[in-house]
Design a protein around this ligand. Structure first.
Ligand code: XMP
Length: 521
């Protein structure tokens, strides 16, 4: 296993994903727990290599993240990326200083020919110049005498090195980022050739292990023990449920709750597909009146989220109370939700209270089964596909727990929900028809609490404004607005204004995240 020590880079997760794409297991641990984790894995004989991530700090800063180990006694290969490279140099007695020419974005590095031959990390690449992606404010000022330079940037900055005797390497650029053309090859070479880690992380072994482990856990509590799963309609809970069903069959009871905030026809269609396509033992619970009743008159976004979250818990508790021997709850928690990443995005400020089915309270006394805890979203999709879940169910855009409740801005009423549903259905239908749906992360319509004047026929209208939101992202932490073609936008706008009574103006949201967020509330 390759252990990634997180020093706070926004790309740390990407490093682990790149390793996993090679079918080799990789985990992330914050630098504070790095030493402990290394010792534990070494004791278990599981550690095959270590990667130090980048990070926003300078090694000389007072509280700069460090790790208290002797890297020359690590016993496995080590690769340092960006801050990781600087830290290795510093730990081996070299010096780092603020860069005269800060290098951000694309940068050409030159792999020094004569040295290159001896560097096992580069010797497969065979190109003298490589475009790489840099983002650093510090640079190596004095290289440790134990290290040898492998490449320089245009500005003469040391962009990679290797240790003279040990398998220790440093890269000033980010090989994990798509824009570093040779990046994937370098990581592959580090993992496969230098760490000699075997391919053992594939979907079929993951399915087998997960099913076996769920079955053993549940059976320990008795053969009539029941397992509950709250389906959200999204990919994660769906894949988790199918895994659990493989393990315990119909002892798995799924609930799909209609909170009245789902999209057009979603409740019936999704329920039907859970039953027919996936053979899940699922009960639909229509609690829409309860949710909408509690939301009546509420405008504040955070209050709306709380009401929706609490009502969900009430409904779930009422439904599961009567099920005999229900001891376990299956949840689709993913790896990004569980890693205690120290990345810059990991701010302690609550920007929005996310309500997930994962937010069920501890007092419910269920033991948790979280078969996807070690996986990234794309791995979950792969697993789902391997278990036969239809592609269109796996490729659905993310949908927030509070649903349309946070897309009808201001007070949520049945009438406004219906207006939004119609507009949203048109937008999604067109995206699918014109092949834009799968190339975007998320797309939806938001109904604004604003009326504007319009003219239809000979009459004046004073109706709602709808905003179209369509974003490209890889994990939803950052996002860019999608540059949809003008004629496509024109067509969607025209259809919405003509077909949806109550909307007379459509605007396109061109904000990035950050500083905006994907949802509007
Ligand atoms: P934001 O709006 O925070 O959204 O940029 C990032 C991603 O999270 C989804 N989202 C939520 N998901 N409960 C959820 O389960 C929530 O309360 C929630 N709020 C936002 C959002 O749709 C996007 O994919």
């Amino acid at each position: 296993m390759i252990l990634v020590i997180d020093f706070g880079s926004q790309f740390t997760q990407l490093v682990a994903r790149r390793v996993r794409e090679l079918s080799v297991y990789s985990e992330i641990v914050p630098f504070k727990n790095g030493k402990e984790k290394i010792l534990e894995l070494k004791k278990q004989g599981k550690l095959s290599g270590v990667i130090f991530s980048g990070g926003p700090h300078s090694v000389y800063e007072e509280n700069a993240p460090k790790i208290d180990i002797n890297i020359e006694e690590l016993g496995v290969p080590l690769l340092g990326i960006c801050y990781g490279l600087q830290l290795i140099n510093y730990m081996l007695g070299g010096k780092v200083s603020p860069a005269k020419n800060r290098e951000y974005g694309f940068e050409k590095i030159k792999i020094e020919n004569n040295i290159n031959k001896n560097n096992p990390l580069f010797n497969l690449i065979g190109r003298e110049e490589n475009i790489v992606w840099m983002s650093h404010g510090d640079q190596i000022q004095e290289l440790s005498s134990k290290l040898t330079i492998d490449s320089l940037t245009r500005n003469g900055v040391i962009s990679s090195f290797h240790h003279n005797e040990l398998p220790i390497f440093g890269l000033q650029f980010h090989p994990e980022v798509e824009h570093s053309l040779c990046g994937k090859e370098i990581i592959k070479h580090f993992v496969e050739e230098i760490c000699q880690d075997k391919k053992s992380w594939d979907s079929s072994s993951q399915i087998e292990n997960a099913v076996k482990s769920i079955r053993e856990t549940v059976d320990k509590e008795g053969k009539d023990t029941k397992v509950i799963c709250a389906l959200s309609g999204g990919v994660d809970s769906c894949v988790a449920a199918v895994l659990a069903q493989k393990a315990v069959g119909d002892r798995l009871l799924c609930l799909f709750i209609n909170n009245g905030l789902l999209r057009k026809n979603e409740y019936n269609e999704v329920l039907d597909r859970f039953k027919k396509d996936l053979n899940l033992n699922v009960k639909g619970v229509d609690a829409s009146e309860l949710f909408l009743g509690r939301l009546a008159g509420v405008q504040d976004p955070e209050q709306k989220r709380k009401i929706i979250g609490n009502t969900f818990i009430d409904v779930f508790e009422a439904e599961t109370k009567e099920i005999p021997n229900a001891k376990f709850l299956v949840q689709g928690t993913l790896y990004p939700d569980v890693i205690e990443s120290i990345s810059l995005h990991g701010t302690s400020v609550t920007i929005k209270t996310h309500h997930n089915v994962g937010g069920l309270p501890e007092k419910m006394k269920f033991k948790l089964i979280e078969p996807l805890r070690e996986l990234f979203k794309d791995e979950v999709r792969r697993l789902g596909a391997e278990m036969g879940i239809p592609q269109d169910m796996l490729a659905r855009h993310p949908f927030p727990g509070p649903g349309l409740g946070i897309r009808v801005l201001g007070e949520v009423t049945k009438e406004r929900l219906n207006i939004l549903r119609e507009a949203d259905a048109i937008f999604i239908e067109e995206l699918k028809k014109q092949n834009h749906y799968h190339s975007t992360w998320q797309a939806f319509v938001v109904l604004l609490p604003v009326n504007s004047v319009g003219v239809m026929g000979d009459g004046r209208t004073y109706e709602s404004v709808a905003a179209i939101r369509c974003v490209s992202a890889t994990d939803g932490m950052t996002a860019d607005w999608t540059k949809l073609p003008y004629d496509f936008l024109a067509h969607v706008s025209s259809r919405i204004i003509n077909e949806v009574k109550g909307i007379n103006r459509v605007v396109y949201d061109i904000s990035t995240k950050p500083p905006a967020t994907i949802e509007w509330e």
